[in-house]
Design a protein around this ligand. Structure first.
Ligand code: UDX
Length: 481
């Protein structure tokens, strides 16, 4: 059976896109060069943790509208081919590595001209440096009837299904937005249910479409690093960054999203896309204009170092000290550990000689690959056992809901670094914890309660004044002034 749609590259983006297109009613085939990934998906097993994806995959397979292959020949005849390949950071610099994309385009071009003269649309979804679409179009459009569009994907891990089926907007990049273009109608037909549901679609030039995506990610990274830079200022002055962020976010020109201060951003997109944007700006001679992005990257890096110095402030020498890191994924509801701040900090603590244990509800395999099996523990309770310091670095619900009193029973010493500002420091301090956060002054533990005096004795005047005494004295002073 000839599929209507093919999706080449079925990683996070591609697999979710393929299953979502089947959900919209299209016949879809997903291709990957990794036979294990293809076999897993074909058997209904998601190769990553993504809420809602398993059901979508199962529904697609059961409907007969979704299948997977490793063979490009199976794609021949499809009307629309989506490119969902990864564009990682180059091993030799900051730019994007386009080799997977180029190889896939060449392999696709070899099976393309088989539609009896009808147009074939190739739709790029990968995040690419500006100029890539025009360059790839030159190769692809040598085949009669083949047209290329760029349609960047904005999905977030953890919300991938929702972001694909109900996106904020659809961006179509075409070579000349000034003229009517058949490609727009072809892609509109694929996305018809989304457009009918009211999703806005914006048609623009290739370069603008490419830039929307990289600048969106650079902006998000900048927003996080902005609040994290303010967080450094808070640490220097005793302000609480969560107070600052809350008040800032209420200005709807600023908005409260992506203003959560902490150990910073990671993942397979923000860090590498920011660096690729910088590299591409330099290539185009505007490196100076986007030079501040280097600072955005540096602020993000410093937050990771700060967690290690905080650990040193709390423990002194780290060598041999038992530290439990809560979280390995780069963010909650994901098992992705690419450029994960949590794993990076864990690795730095290990380098400093600490005896580190890492746990995570979903990302144990990734943590094991990076740190080795002896460092990774399944289950929060087991991981906390014997800890002299706990460092919360990925804000999974289960860690946010930890009970301070019960947790103190599990550890060797009640010390906590809240690297995501998700715990209430007062509750933890009251339960006897020494708790430090990023961007907040240390929360003093309440003084131990005085031992009750033997009956009959009275507290002598002149001992530690109560809050009421202080308030009364202040009121008297004011009245005198
Ligand atoms: C991101 C973009 O959001 C998405 O549009 C794009 O398509 C791919 O890259 P994702 O990598 O899934 O998506 O993660 P995102 O939710 O953006 O979070 C990125 C990182 O920033 C995480 O490490 C997260 O913990 C961190 N973050 C996010 C903060 O430190 N503070 C915040 O306020 C928000």
């Amino acid at each position: 059976m000839t599929p209507k749609i093919s999706v080449i590259g079925i990683g996070y983006l591609g697999a979710v896109h393929a299953a979502s297109m089947a959900e919209l009613g299209h016949d879809v085939i997903g291709l990957d060069v990794d036979p294990e990934r293809v076999a897993a998906l074909q058997a209904g097993r998601a190769p990553f943790h993504e809420p809602g994806f398993d059901e979508l995959l199962r529904r697609g397979l059961a409907s007969g509208r979704l299948r997977f292959t490793t063979d490009y020949a199976d794609l021949a005849g499809a009307e629309v081919h989506f490119l969902g390949l990864g564009t990682p950071q180059r091993a030799d610099g900051m730019g994007a590595d386009l080799s997977h994309l180029r190889t896939a385009v060449a392999a696709l071009a070899a099976v393309l001209p088989a539609r009896d003269g009808a147009d074939t649309l190739v739709v790029g979804k990968s995040t690419v440096p500006v100029g890539t679409s025009r360059e790839l179009a030159e190769t692809l459009e040598q085949v009669a009837g083949v047209r290329l569009m760029w349609n960047p994907e904005f999905l977030r891990e953890g919300f991938a299904v929702q972001d694909t089926l109900t996106p904020d907007r659809l961006v179509y990049g075409i070579p000349d937005p000034g003229v009517r273009d058949q490609r727009v109608e072809m892609l509109d037909a694929i996305y018809a249910p989304l457009l009918e549901a009211g999703v806005t679609r914006l048609v623009m030039g290739y370069e603008a479409a490419e830039l929307v995506k990289v600048s969106a990610n650079a902006f998000l990274a900048t927003k996080i690093s902005f609040i994290n830079a303010v967080s450094e200022m808070c640490e220097a002055t005793g302000a609480d960054v969560t107070d600052v962020a809350r008040a800032l976010g209420m200005d709807d020109r600023i908005g409260s999203k992506f203003l959560r201060a902490g150990v910073g951003y990671g993942g397979g997109c923000l860090p590498k896309d920011l660096r690729a944007f910088l590299a591409s700006a330099e290539e185009h001679g505007v490196g100076e204009a986007l030079g501040f992005l280097r600072e955005v990257d540096a602020v993000n890096e410093r937050r990771r170092t700060r967690v290690v110095t905080l650990a040193e402030e709390m423990l002194g020498e780290l060598a041999g000290r038992r530290i439990t890191v809560l979280g390995a994924a780069f963010k909650p509801d994901s098992d992705d550990v690419r450029d994960s701040p949590a794993l990076d900090v864990a690795a730095r603590l290990l380098e400093a000689g600490a005896d580190v244990r890492v746990t995570d509800p979903e990302a144990l395999a990734g943590a094991t690959r990076r740190l080795g099996p002896e460092r990774v523990v399944a289950g929060t309770t087991a991981a906390l056992h014997g800890a002299e310091l706990v460092v919360l670095l990925t804000e999974w619900r289960e860690y946010r809901d930890l009970d301070p009193a019960a947790t103190s029973e599990l550890v060797e010493a009640p010390r906590m670094i809240d690297g995501r500002n998700v715990l209430d420091p007062r509750d933890w301090a009251e339960a006897g914890w020494e708790i430090r956060s990023l961007g907040r002054a240390p929360t003093p533990r309440p003084a131990p309660r005085p031992t009750p005096l033997p009956s009959g004795q009275r507290v002598l005047a002149g001992t530690t004044p109560s809050r009421q005494d202080i308030a009364l004295a202040a009121a008297r002073q004011l009245a005198r002034a």
